[in-house]
Design a protein around this ligand. Structure first.
Ligand SMILES: [Zn+2]
Length: 84
């Protein structure tokens, strides 16, 4: 079976979906969600990619097609470090 591939919005590299974290829009907030329907944004579990999306502030809004209030760096780091 083919491994599902997704593009990280931080580094724009293609990775197996299992190596990435998936984010969805919950209103204007960002929520980390592994599975589910709808549009998702994917990010490497890597501090460098967190820093890239924090610099590129509109990226989640563009990918998710809704105005997103960005979480703090601490929140993103926490999501990434606590995910399996
Ligand atoms: Zn990345």
């Amino acid at each position: 079976m083919a491994v599902p591939l997704r593009k990280c919005i931080g580094c724009s590299k293609i990775h197996p979906k299992s190596k990435l974290l998936r984010f969805v829009a919950d209103g204007n907030l960002l929520r980390q969600e592994g599975f589910g329907k709808g549009r998702g944004a994917y990010l490497c579990k890597d501090i460098k990619c967190i820093e890239r999306v924090l610099k590129n502030k509109g990226i989640f809004s563009r990918v998710l097609k809704v105005a997103i209030t960005m979480p703090s760096k601490e929140t993103l780091v926490n999501w990434i470090s606590t995910s399996k």
